[in-house]
Write a protein that binds this ligand. Sequence first.
Ligand code: GDP
Ligand code: MN
Length: 379
Amino acid sequence: MNLHEYQARELLKAAGIPMAEGGVAATPEEAARLAEHIGQTVVVKAQVHAGGRGKAGGVKLAKNPAEARDQASRILGMTIKGLVVQKVLVVPAADIVSECYLGLIMDRESQRPLLMVSPAGGVDIEEVAAKTPEKIHRLAVDPRYGLLPHQALGLALTLYRNFDQVRAAAKIMGQLYQAFMENGGSLAEINPLATTPDGRVVALDAKFVVDDNELDRRADLAALRDESAEAPSEVAARRASLTFIKLDGNVGCVVNGAGLAMATMDLVKYYGGEPANFLDIGGSSNPEKVVNALRIITSDPAVKVILFNIFGGITRTDDVANGIVTATRQFKVDLPIVIRLTGTNEREAVTILQGVGMQALNDMDDAVKRAVALAKEAK
Ligand code: GDP
Ligand code: MN
């Protein structure tokens, strides 16, 4: 789950990372009031789940409350990477001497938290990684010992020459690691970590992604979810307890089990198609889940065909068939539906579907080939 910068800042501040006090505004007037209260030049920053806000015009300096109002009215309502800005953060502006990058991810390769630092901060770190990879220094942290002081100092020495700054940066790395581990982070980033003319090292931006698996045991983190900032289809899927990820293709997939869902997407690609989504209706066979799944998939205008791939184990295929029939009665499904089912209560399922003039296939390859062909015809 993505956090907004203003939420991520609270996690980092709680770990002791130096960040200026600011506030969040949903209207230009609120932004002006915050700027007035702060009483110096401020930065007005778009709060959306996307990086590169600066380049997109979503981060602006304002010298006084009137300017803060103007900038906020420009930024609020603006679209950045498809996301509409609904809130702005207003914080005291810092004078920047240098910009570094600090980031932590949960790394699959080393199976450890991976700390990355770079003196080439401020800009897109992906760009640095592509053009000047030697400017990024990495350390896989052993979670049994945590980030050791000499490791942090070693990394900090690649960023600064002034030893007070080296020490300050090393301390911030330890604090970032602590915030990351304590809050189930899958990514935590400070970019830029800036130095000011008086020599301080301060975090000017904060990004934090919480591992979704952490949310069940941490109501405080789950409460930070901002559904208005998420894709509507993903919100609807989560409410219906479906695991759903929207993709760019046109073959809508309804599958039971994450492994089969992955295999289905692979096969769609293998036969020259593009999946429109990953969707796992889970192990239980509740017809209501099928209805919800169909509602979500048919609401995506890119979808040209719907492919069911159900392997009945605990999932009863007759329940899935009933779900399909119920859905087509509840709302109009204007798209071709290709159904492959096999396993528990398969014969009953076929009878139910035949009762409404639908056909069920038994072979996964046949079903996927047919779905891909139908998607191509529809173009
Ligand atoms: P991002 O583009 O979404 O990563 O947003 P950032 O918070 O990183 O802001 C983008 C850029 O705006 C930074 O790299 C800085 O150059 C600039 N910026 C952000 N905060 C300040 C500030 O307090 N003072 C000044 N002068 N520039 C800032
Ligand atoms: Mn940034």
